[in-house]
Write a protein that binds this ligand. Structure first.
Ligand SMILES: C[S@@+](CC[C@H](N)C(=O)[O-])C[C@H]1O[C@@H](n2cnc3c(N)ncnc32)[C@H](O)[C@@H]1O
Length: 222
């Protein structure tokens, strides 16, 4: 067993987060009792962050428990729920905050339902290409920013968001889907070049093949 934190563990080839809402499985994932703790399986096939934690050479890029995170492209909240397990915990006793941005009202509806049992998640209906829609809700620069939007122009969106919202030395994670870009073949090389030109330090380029095809997760520091 490898502990990535007190609240996230790798056991064999499976990933688990300590369930903040005991007895509740969000998408039918397995639950496991361990004394007074309950662990919830984190499926790497439905979470690029989960896949990256399993495939990284150095899976040390989770945010600190209790910190403020900005998550762009939150979808229906699958990954957000595990992030919440780690950053906020039961009834948000760790006092963390996950600002969950998505352009789809259907996704935000699901997130509003999720945040009722998981305080600390702030759902935000916004287009992450328009920082002015996000600015009023992000009162200070964040130490951790994640983007998973599967839309063309992913790298420029990420660079702009980091410039606007990420704190110095903050961790930035860009999940890039090559099939979403016009130049599919050159997408990863282009993204790496742009990140370096923009002044980021590239820590690791994590190929998610096996869990998510045509995806690379770039781990950078600002
Ligand atoms: C692949 S899904 C995200 C899945 C999610 N990260 C997870 O692991 O559960 C991509 C999401 O990005 C959202 N999206 C696409 N373009 C966006 C934009 N410009 N601003 C905000 N969200 C966007 C989509 O609505 C969709 O929900």
């Amino acid at each position: 067993m490898q502990s990535l934190s007190d609240r996230v563990q790798i056991r064999g080839r499976s990933l688990w987060s300590r369930n903040a809402v005991k007895g509740t499985s969000l998408r039918g994932e397995r639950l496991k009792r361990d004394g007074r703790k309950e662990w919830r399986q984190w499926n790497p096939r439905t979470s690029k962050l989960g896949a990256a934690l399993l495939k990284a050479t150095k899976p040390d890029f989770l945010p600190a428990p209790g910190s403020m995170c900005l998550y762009l492209g939150s979808g229906h909240g699958t990954t957000i729920s595990h992030l919440h397990d780690h950053v906020c915990g039961t009834k948000n006793h760790l006092k963390g905050c996950v600002i969950a941005v998505d352009i789809s009202s259907r996704c935000i509806r699901d997130l509003i339902r999720l945040c009722k049992t998981r305080p600390g998640i702030i759902p935000l209906l916004a287009d992450c290409r328009s920082s002015e829609q996000i600015v009023p809700f992000v009162t200070k620069r964040v130490p951790w920013l994640f983007q998973d939007v599967s839309q063309s122009g992913q790298v420029e969106m990420f660079i702009d968001s980091c410039n606007q919202f990420l704190a110095p030395d903050g961790v930035g994670l860009l999940s890039l889907k090559s099939a979403s870009e016009r130049d599919t073949k050159g997408a990863f090389a282009h993204a790496e070049k742009r990140l370096l030109e923009a002044g980021f330090t590239l820590i690791e380029k994590i190929d998610l093949t096996g869990w998510e095809e045509q995806h690379v997760l770039f781990h950078v520091v600002f």
